[in-house]
Design a protein around this ligand. Structure first.
Ligand code: GDP
Ligand code: CA
Length: 301
């Protein structure tokens, strides 16, 4: 069964690990969000692609929830001591990847090609693709003003309420993305933040059009458990922008794009425009992630 997975960073990466243990990893294409990408200290950083990459390579830090296990911070310490840009935390091990990617991008290699190469080098069998090789950036409109995604999320600690999310840049799908969607037996939307992880992927018009025109089921997994985000601002964003944190509010983020929504047992019942699949969606370990992936694939079969 070939699967195309739309994914943000941590929630998506956790689900991706379950997915590749439920099906042949070679049949999985993860299409990752690049709206969070940024330049730090002259380096091209793609936080969501890297969360996916590190998780699938088994290099991720489970406890911290992002970055690499066994990380050290010596380089960043030097940056801080020298008065450099240290608001965005890059560990020593992580830095190595950013150096290689930045060099490749400067030499003209597309992000999709670099990402595939990095994944292969780390022994990842699934395909990891950025939604686009073009520059697409997420902007957050708040009562305190408009901010680039990471300035709002990291520098301001995502404390500002969000009035709207915008995507800046005309983007074509990266090579391989439309083929993966076309070849898929199932399209899955990971339990990622709808607004800032999945919408930037859908902001690539041809990706949205391909999913709207799908001939196979598209199943989304809600990132809420009992109406609350497991981590991050998804619940606050849904409450303010969709009017609530029920399954119907999550489903409304994907109107016309999904056939079923997988929600947690602790989420409220009530009318839903798409098929509801109820299960335990908290991915406490790899077994739980795999069971969730199996349920999702069962719903898509
Ligand atoms: P980010 O780009 O690193 O913020 O990651 P994502 O957008 O992919 O994931 C963040 C979302 O994952 C949050 O809204 C969480 O509520 C959700 N999430 C994290 N862990 C779990 C889990 O175990 N189960 C479910 N259902 N959602 C989760
Ligand atoms: Ca992200």
């Amino acid at each position: 069964m070939k699967v195309a997975l739309l994914s943000g960073g941590v929630g998506g990466a956790r689900f991706a690990c379950g997915l590749v243990s439920a099906v042949d990893p070679g049949d999985v294409t993860v299409i990752g969000n690049v709206g969070d990408d940024l330049d730090v200290l002259g380096l091209a950083v793609s936080p969501d692609l890297d969360s996916i990459l590190y998780a699938l390579a088994g290099l991720n830090d489970e406890e911290r929830g992002w970055g690499r296990a066994g990380e050290t911070w010596e380089a960043l310490g030097t940056v801080a001591a020298l008065g450099g840009e240290d608001w965005f935390r890059l560990g020593d091990r992580d830095l190595g990847l950013h150096l290689v990617r930045s060099r490749a991008l400067r030499a003209g290699e597309p992000l999709s090609a670099v990402t595939m190469r990095l994944a292969q080098a780390l022994g990842v069998e699934a395909a990891i693709l950025p939604a686009t090789d073009d520059r697409l950036r997420t902007w957050i409109d708040t009562p305190a003003g408009s901010f680039p995604f990471q300035e709002w999320f990291v520098a301001r600690g995502h404390r500002d309420e969000v009035d709207a999310v915008r995507f800046v840049g005309d983007a074509e799908p990266a090579p391989g993305v439309l083929d993966a969607l076309d070849a898929a037996d199932a399209i899955v939307i990971a339990p990622s933040n709808p607004y800032v992880s999945i919408w930037p992927i859908l902001a690539v018009e041809k990706i949205r059009a391909a999913i709207l025109a799908r001939r196979v089921p598209c199943v989304a997994v809600s990132p809420l458990v009992g109406g609350r985000a497991v981590k991050g601002p998804a619940d606050r964003m849904l409450a303010r922008m969709a009017g609530g944190t029920g399954p119907e509010h999550v489903a409304a983020c994907y109107s016309g794009l999904i056939d079923a929504l997988v929600v947690d047992e602790s989420d409220p019942a009530g009318p839903l425009a798409v098929r509801r699949i109820v299960t335990q969606t908290l991915m406490t370990d790899l077994d739980a992630s795999r069971r969730l992936a199996e349920t999702v694939l069962g719903a898509a079969a």
